[in-house]
Design a protein around this ligand. Structure first.
Ligand code: IPM
Ligand code: MN
Length: 370
């Protein structure tokens, strides 16, 4: 008998619960096939509960989350709640309290999925963004003085610690190494190969303007690379240039590592490049603790309850979860099933998939059993 995994499920707002159900459908099938068990504990945190009780994500829930093997999240964000309350009170609180210091966001074009990039194929669009997930402008450092007057000052500081940078870099270097153990990335030159390079890690920053924080990143990046990861080729892009290259030459990227704010922005661009929010998955990872997996897209309130939202990103998030939990075979099978299902879908856009939310889940589940 295989392992048993305890998964906390937070469907959240809007279409979140619907897509999460499809992810669970697929997980159940995969667990049966690969001989592990999944126990689910449901949590109803989100906009509705906040409006009824004023509660976002209480400390007691964090303590319960800590006892789970992982958390599966649908979406957070409600049209009747002021922006920031649920995002900070639930999503960011969970990321910070569980110290999920990595946000792992693969950008991978699946078969038959439309990319707005002309002449780019599955071969070209296959990279991973590793976003630092607990520091930067997200740390909440700052405030107002003279609020509401014409003297008002608003400050929000981007903070980085050496420890925070180092642990994100280490994860990224290790990830690049693991990803390229079989030399999968096609972008290495003959010289790189002769020099024994396996893959590439690109630091995305802004060293020409943010001369403190990205100076720290760059020094740490080079020090760690020189001393411990000689087999990984290092590259550097300013974040604005990265936006340009990601559209023009996505094949230049293997693994990207960047700060929280830049990572937030470039992964929305990445999501579009890989076919839209309907298919973009992410994982908030604490490699030593409890991780939380979520589709990158939001709660899409206008599509709620209509069986039209695309559950693929949620299913792929569950697939990432199984990979991180160590069920590699199940994860490979799930990804394979996702690819096969993509081939049968008309589009990855909500309402235009040529089938409903549940039917997408059914198909992935079917291909998981085969
Ligand atoms: C994301 C989201 C969140 C973020 C918001 C909802 C707080 O945009 O996961 O990328 O900025 O991290
Ligand atoms: Mn975002």
């Amino acid at each position: 008998m295989g392992k048993t995994y305890n998964i906390g499920v937070m469907g959240g707002d809007g279409t979140g619960p619907e897509v999460t159900l499809e992810a669970i459908k697929v997980l159940n099938v995969a667990s049966e096939k690969f001989g592990f068990k999944v126990n689910y504990t449901d949590y109803d945190f989100g906009g509705e509960r906040y409006m009824k009780t004023g509660e976002t994500l209480p400390d007691s829930a964090i303590e319960e989350f800590k006892k789970q093997d992982a958390i599966l999240l649908g979406a957070i964000g409600h049209p009747d709640v002021k922006p920031g309350i649920l995002e900070k009170g639930i999503l960011l609180k969970a990321r910070f309290a569980l110290d999920q210091y990595i946000n792992l966001r693969p950008v991978k074009l699946y078969p038959n999925v439309y990319t707005p990039l002309k002449d780019k194929t599955e071969e070209d669009i296959d990279f991973v963004v590793i976003r630092e997930n607990t520091e930067d402008l997200y740390s909440g450092t700052g405030g107002f003085t003279h609020k509401g007057t014409d003297m008002e000052v608003a400050v929000q500081s981007s903070i980085y610690t050496r420890k925070g940078v180092d642990r994100a870099l280490r994860f990224a270097f290790d990830y690049a190494k693991k990803r390229n153990a079989k030399k999968t990335w096609k972008g290495l030159s003959d010289k790189d190969k002769k020099d024994g390079k396996l893959g590439q890690l690109t630091l995305v920053g802004k060293t020409n303007v943010l001369t403190f924080i990205y100076d720290l990143w760059e020094r740490a990046f080079n020090e760690m690379g020189d001393s411990e990861y000689k087999d990984i080729k290092r590259d550097y892009n300013h974040v604005d240039a990265c936006c340009m290259w990601m559209v023009k030459n996505p094949e230049w990227y293997d693994v990207i590592v960047t700060g929280n704010m830049f990572g937030d922005i470039i992964t929305d661009l990445g999501a579009m490049v890989q076919g839209g929010m309907g298919i973009a998955a992410g994982g908030n990872i604490n490699p030593e603790g409890v991780s939380m997996f979520e589709p990158i897209g939001g709660s899409a309130p206008k599509y709620t309850g209509q069986n039209v939202i695309n559950p693929m990103a949620a299913i792929s998030s569950a697939q990432m979860m199984m990979d991180i939990l160590g069920e590699e075979k199940a994860s490979i099978k799930m990804e394979d099933a996702v690819k096969k299902t993509c081939k049968e879908m008309k589009s990855q856009a909500a309402g235009r998939m040529g089938m409903g939310t549940k039917e997408v889940g059914d198909l992935v589940a079917k291909y998981c059993i085969e």
